[in-house]
Ligand binder design. Sequence first.
Ligand SMILES: Cc1cc2nc3c(=O)[nH]c(=O)nc-3n(C[C@H](O)[C@H](O)[C@H](O)COP(=O)(O)OP(=O)(O)OC[C@H]3O[C@@H](n4cnc5c(N)ncnc54)[C@H](O)[C@@H]3O)c2cc1C
Length: 469
Amino acid sequence: MLHKSINGAKDRYNVVVIGSGLGGLTTANRLARSGHSVLLLEHHHQLGGLATWFKRRGHIFDVSLHGFPHGMVKTCRKYWNRKIMESIVQLKNIVFDNPQFSLTTTFDRKDFSSILINKFKIPPAAIDDFFTTVAAMNFYDDRSMSTRELFETFFPGRDDVHRLLMEPITYANGSTLDDPAITYGIVFSNFMNKGVFTFRGGTDRLIGMMAEELGKNGVTICKNSRVDRIVVEKGKVRGVYCGDRFIAADAVVSNSGILNTVNDLAGRDAFPQEFLDRVKTVRVNTSSCQVYIGIKKEEKIDDIGDLLFVSSAEKFSSDELLDMHTASRTFSLYYPKTRPQHNRYTVVASMNGRYDDWENLSAAVYEAEKEAMIQRTLVDLDRYLPGVREKIDWLEAATPKTIQRYTLHTRGTSFGTKFEGLDISRSIFKAVQGLFHVGSVGIIMSGWLGAINYGVIVANDVDGYIRGM
Ligand SMILES: Cc1cc2nc3c(=O)[nH]c(=O)nc-3n(C[C@H](O)[C@H](O)[C@H](O)COP(=O)(O)OP(=O)(O)OC[C@H]3O[C@@H](n4cnc5c(N)ncnc54)[C@H](O)[C@@H]3O)c2cc1C
């Protein structure tokens, strides 16, 4: 049942889920299907968290539908439903264009190997070794090797190859050359399996289908319902406060950021010192900026590819990608084939970004920086779609502050926390009985696929906990 506010909720549930990102939605769905009574509370007026969209002058803009790995097919079939799975389609033209190389690829192992052999002149044995090594990486591996060291081992001194391998993953999960190689290997291998995929019909259609499934399984959903406090007594969860309304629960699953969950929602007093000492080490990941470009209804644009990684920076560097004035961005092109029911063209440019760069600007400078970002983006887009400015009737920009405002995430993080956050998220229920966390942590549990799969893992934990009570 879907309610516009907390007024629709009962006073007690087996489980309260705070937040309707893909992780929260999945946990809520799995628990309801296992027979638990579930209340899902979302502060925003729309479900989906970062998997969101918005409408402007007849355009629908997708915020985080740029590409996910083929693993989504199996995950959606197993943990959501066949209808959702059937709308997952491949993006076949992934374009790279920078001063070091220009190429188009399907972004899978076969095509990447052939590009590395023929264009970059890398010996086949080195490529095979690299792919075999990254495919074998798993969560329990040694985390002391960085991605930089991994690349140097297999492709020493080849910063062009490093760029090809790293740039898309930095956009996909915010990781840098200095993060543990495992955070690279897992995500890169996921993509290399079969390429990059999208959801036909757009994010609005996907989240609508998920909401329908939640309804069928009996989840009570309240939007515009911000949880202010998770109530913990004697080391055990009792429920949540949403304004002055208390809802009792056997278990609470927070899909809010892990640091928000510990520091603000449960409050530090709820945790043992040993746990808080580990929380201190957690670094949040970086954020994003975007420019949304709407093409006039009567205009068309050429098919220049589905996802373009473009840069005019001479060399790749993680710092350059994060710079507020970066010369590197991705363009996601949404043709009528992406959202057949809508028949419009939109383009979304995405850049990595640091919250600190935007946080303290005066209102006037903030607006001027946003406008400058839009103009730099248009200069870049015009290289691929000459004269595109004339065809545009909507331009808008988002910054790390926008992301913070809509999701409440600490410093507007797009991809949760660095690796150390995973351990905190996975062990929070040992510090407070009945309190669980789901959502982007540790780089690998982020992205659409990571968040949904993590939702399944956490639902199993919660189910086990309640059955054992
Ligand atoms: C610009 C951008 C582009 C991206 N592109 C891609 C992509 O192409 N492919 C991909 O796979 N991934 C992409 N991602 C990442 C992906 O969208 C996220 O990793 C994933 O959607 C996060 O899901 P989550 O479960 O962690 O929750 P989130 O989406 O972070 O949602 C958390 C939810 O909790 C709610 N909440 C927080 N606090 C409270 C509270 N106190 N009370 C009630 N509700 C609360 C928030 O409002 C939000 O709805 C992108 C992210 C960004 C920012």
